[in-house]
Design a binder for this molecule. Sequence first.
Ligand SMILES: NC(=O)c1ccc[n+]([C@@H]2O[C@H](COP(=O)([O-])OP(=O)(O)OC[C@H]3O[C@@H](n4cnc5c(N)ncnc54)[C@H](O)[C@@H]3O)[C@@H](O)[C@H]2O)c1
Ligand SMILES: CC(C)[C@H](C(=O)O)[C@@H](O)C(=O)O
Ligand SMILES: [Mg+2]
Length: 362
Amino acid sequence: MASEIVVLPGDGIGPEVTRAAVATLQAVGRRYGHDFRFQTHLIGGAAIDATGEPLPAATLAACRQADAILLGAVGGPKWSDPSATVRPEQGLLALRQALGLYANLRPVRPHPVALGASPVKPHLLAGVDLLVVRELTGGLYFGEKQRHADRASDLCEYSVLEIERVLRRAFGFARARRGKLVSVDKANVLETSRLWRETATRIGREEYPDVALDHQLVDSMAMHLIARPRDFDVVVTENLFGDILTDEASLLAGSLGLLPSASLGDGRRGLYEPIHGSAPDIAGRGIANPFATMLSAALLLRHSLGLEEEALAVELAVAAALDSGALTADLAAPGQAVSTQAAADAVLERLEPRCHVAELRD
Ligand SMILES: NC(=O)c1ccc[n+]([C@@H]2O[C@H](COP(=O)([O-])OP(=O)(O)OC[C@H]3O[C@@H](n4cnc5c(N)ncnc54)[C@H](O)[C@@H]3O)[C@@H](O)[C@H]2O)c1
Ligand SMILES: CC(C)[C@H](C(=O)O)[C@@H](O)C(=O)O
Ligand SMILES: [Mg+2]
């Protein structure tokens, strides 16, 4: 049976890295005999330019019908004027919310290349393998917003139900991994965090007594993540804290260009995107690292299509490409960098010999 995949390239480096990820899925389809069908739609700044809206109705309708969605990135200086009433990022937030994608998985498993590229000391990085589960459809991002001439506010609100469902996902992953969960909050200050902590404690005690649960305040967590990253297995936290901690965690991997994500709800349909943004500073130059998006395609194969062997094949091919020294400018030594296309080709060749991005374009 065919799998319908909606592709949302978006803005900045989005189209460059998405092209590599689509090529990855096409190579997997050919190697393993799967019928993957792709439909490309507008989102973000590109959608605002074309239709006036960051998430056109046609895009949302296509996403609702799809088995999975692959996204590049949205946003950029062109649409970032503080007085703008419509923003590219609203399209992404609306999509996550409309599809009920409340659990955002952000795995961090540094490849040996990180030992050279990361500012973190190599002996701290060996054996790091953590999964951040970020709540994605609540908190400050989605609370009521008010703007007056001399003040502004964003409401941070969480219901017990919203906390419970993402915590159950995180506990489930912890149980299947090394049995350790750290719940990150700011319970010394925020009421939402006190509710979060109480709920985590109750669910842990009643439903997951076999998982070792710890609580950590977000400010000290920002330090522990870098100082002792090996100690963490699964980390669960609210929307904004998860956003910030995972960009920080990219330092463990050596580059923001290496971290993928999967956004999941209760069904199988998911949204897959790198954790990085549209990188306006390097967009259009063919130098972006495509691996975070190619690894997001691996998560798509695993979580939405149930193709574990194929997902692993992509992950191994990316690791082998890194081993071979196919490093873009964010990872390479000066003068040694390869282009986005060459890095992507180094993966594709390992998935399907003699296969290149340029050949897969159509
Ligand atoms: N999911 C998304 O669509 C998403 C995520 C984050 C930021 N954004 C948007 O992106 C725009 C730019 O944001 P920003 O500059 O703060 O963050 P960013 O993630 O776009 O870039 C931060 C830094 O990392 C580098 N970088 C990012 N991805 C890279 C890659 N694949 N290869 C090599 N280098 C890479 C960039 O060049 C830049 O120096 C903003 O409009 C923001 O809202 C979108
Ligand atoms: C673009 C922005 C809305 C988004 C977020 O904050 O969720 C991004 O930073 C991310 O990490 O996916
Ligand atoms: Mg972010």
